[in-house]
Ligand binder design. Structure first.
Ligand code: ZN
Length: 644
């Protein structure tokens, strides 16, 4: 392996990433915009954060697979001995989610959307849908498995001058939302559980952290351009796979925001690279998987009087302290893994997640440069556990069960360092580093679901979806540019749910592209800021409003006026349609406004015109275009008393 040493994030070049063999792929999860959940008829997208009507307590237990093996991640979850609590709201959960009744038939609307997106990705749709169960034993799904079905295989998207391969796409159920995870208790909300979700898996074709973010953005926009997926916080989450030459494919789970990806993948690549260098250093010291030596000794009595607060308090509460000796490891817990992060965190993470010692710090070690025990205390322990200056001591404290589990995890993790990068899933942390999440599940976590028969995807169905495929957003963008849509609206319009409406307005109704783009993108944004419900703006209502304009029933400015009213009232009612004002009405309003303005004390005579226009617009809002008012008022002032 090369001697490459990681540079700071900003200084890394594509050539550097090539040297370490950086490779990354994405698994993008996106909620579909359906009314109901995937396998029951509960509503989708209805959330309650604090209100719930019942709580259910469950414990997860691993069962032997058909091959007679336990899954690694299942065993890990079993070791944590967690109480899993589900909070349930009557409106969003039925007996299906809790595994008390079998599944209903699959949501056809969700299936159509998944097939449509598969076609957009140039993939081959399956002829028959086979529903499988994917094991999840972290408690995020009460049944212990997720129902999932592959809807398409293969495919690609164009990126720069090459193609990013798609491996497959699945339609699956969303999991619970985690409320908290502290000590031996984990709490979940169940409203999101069972909502339809697609998972798109790309090939590991991205070569730099920036490419990963760009491809993710591209895929996100492509999927959004159907207008049939949910958007906003939590609606799309991605797992990012990273590996380097000689490393292991590591999944960073549930990255909430695309801008976090470059730093996260950089840090994960650095971590793997540095773990490989650590392995080499251990081998240089003669420490291999076979010769690795470690012992655990209880040292509580030696620390009765320590001034190091975390241990002092633990001992006072009757907890115990274990000392793990890592033979020949001197200095290696200070081995850098990520930005400002050292190997000691690999150990602390395992202790936190598996031994449930969630209060930090949960370990103290003799390589540390920060103040923990006094050097006299370290010497005393070193003697008691028969360690030399070449060894590293790691302390872990807690209830006997947790402290013993903690010591055994410290040894497991340290021993893994002699092999390189252990297989695990990692979580995205807000400082851009990754933290241990769980042991990577084995391949045997998928098995057929016996509750639902295979479902044929007919050629008619495929053809129907094919005939209604949306235009690619990058083609839309090119078209918008050619017809003069303002540049700042192009990106949003291209993936807007109103993109189709825009086509109708411009091509069939002959509406100016600028007006249509403003009405479909800028207006709803402004109304949303005012707190209006812009979901009330359906395609039909929007087209109806433009028809009124086209027939001169309303003026141009009345379009925004009407959208404003509709997003408050919910419908396009005759009573809210403003009638264009007549010339004599306008003249009357101008005369009234001039009188009013003349009574005001003005420092600058020029303001008269502006104030008069504002006064007239206030009274005639929605009934006449602002530009006509402003021109008429200006004329009035130029040729004074022309209307008298
Ligand atoms: Zn349900």
């Amino acid at each position: 392996m090369s001697e490459f040493v990681f540079k700071p994030f900003e200084e890394m070049t594509p050539a550097d990433y090539a040297e370490i063999g950086f490779k990354s792929g994405l698994e993008i999860h996106q909620q579909l915009l359906t009314e109901k959940k995937l396998f029951c008829r509960c509503p989708a997208g209805k959330y309650h954060n604090d209100v719930y009507h019942a709580e259910i307590l469950r414990h997860m237990r691993p069962t032997l697979s058909e091959l007679g093996e336990y899954d690694g991640t299942a065993l890990m979850e079993f070791k944590t001995k967690k109480d899993i609590i589900y909070r349930i709201h009557y409106d969003t959960v039925c007996t299906y989610e809790m595994d008390d009744t079998p599944p209903f038939e699959i949501n056809e609307q969700a299936l159509d959307i998944a097939l449509e997106i598969g076609l957009l990705l140039n993939a081959s749709l399956v002829d028959e849908l086979h529903i499988s169960r994917k094991q999840y034993l972290d408690g995020s799904i009460p049944t212990g498995f997720q129902r999932t079905a592959i809807t398409s295989v293969g495919g690609y998207i164009p990126y720069k001058h090459r193609q990013i391969g798609i491996i497959q796409m699945s339609l699956e159920e969303d999991s619970c939302r985690e409320v908290s995870d502290f000590g031996h208790t984990r709490i979940y909300l169940t409203d999101r559980l069972g909502m339809p979700l697609i998972e798109t898996v790309t090939r590991p074709d991205m070569r730099t952290p920036q490419e990963v973010a760009e491809v993710n953005e591209l895929l996100r926009r492509l999927v959004n351009s159907t207008g049939k997926v949910r958007t906003g916080i939590g609606a799309a989450r991605q797992d990012v796979n990273v590996s380097v030459t000689g490393g292991t494919r590591i999944e960073i789970k549930g990255v909430p925001r695309i801008p976090m990806i470059p730093l996260l993948t950089y840090n994960e690549a650095m971590r793997q690279w540095n773990l490989l260098r650590l392995r080499d250093e251990l081998h240089r010291r003669g420490i291999t998987n076979e010769s690795f030596e470690a012992t655990t000794t209880e040292v509580t009595k030696l620390l009765n009087k320590t001034r190091y607060t975390p241990i002092h308090n633990a001992v006072a509460e009757g907890k115990i302290v274990n000392c793990v000796v890592l033979r020949g490891w001197r200095g290696l817990l200070r081995w850098q893994t990520q930005t400002d992060t050292y190997f000691s965190r690999e150990i602390s993470d395992r202790v936190r997640v598996i031994a449930c010692l969630t209060v930090l710090p949960n370990i103290a070690h003799s390589d540390s440069r920060s103040e923990t025990l006094s050097s006299h205390e370290w010497q005393k322990i070193r003697k008691f556990v028969s360690a030399t200056e070449d060894d590293t001591l790691v302390l872990v404290w807690g209830d006997r069960r947790d402290a013993d589990m903690g010591a055994s995890e410290i040894i497991i993790r340290a021993k893994e360092a002699t092999l390189g990068v252990p297989s695990e899933t990692r979580q995205a942390l807000y400082d851009g580093t990754t933290g241990f999440e769980r042991i990577l599940p084995g391949p045997q976590r998928m098995y057929p679901d016996t509750d639902l028969p295979p479902k044929k995807i007919t050629d008619e169905r495929k053809e129907r979806i094919k005939a209604n495929l949306p235009i690619y957003f990058w083609e839309r963008e090119n078209w918008y540019r050619s017809i003069g849509v303002p540049e700042d609206l192009i990106k949003d319009l291209a993936i807007s749910k109103y993109a189709k409406t825009f086509e109708i307005l411009v091509q069939e109704k002959n509406i100016s592209p600028i007006l249509a783009a403003n009405a479909l993108i800028s207006f709803p944004k402004r109304l949303k800021k005012k707190g209006h419900n812009i979901n009330l703006l359906s395609d039909d209502i929007l087209i109806e409003v433009f028809d009124l304009f086209k027939k001169s029933v309303i003026c141009k400015d009345a379009i925004f006026y009407l959208l404003d009213k509709i997003t408050q009232n919910g419908e396009l009612d005759k009573s809210i349609i403003p009638h264009p004002c007549t010339q004599s009405e306008l003249n009357y309003e101008i005369r009234q406004a001039v009188k009013k303005v003349e009574k005001m004390k003005l420092y600058d005579g020029k303001n008269k015109v502006v104030l008069t226009i504002a006064q007239v617009m206030k009274n005639l809002y929605g009934r006449i275009d602002g530009c006509i008012v402003s021109q008429t008022v200006k004329n009035y002032f130029e040729k004074e008393n022309i209307y008298e």
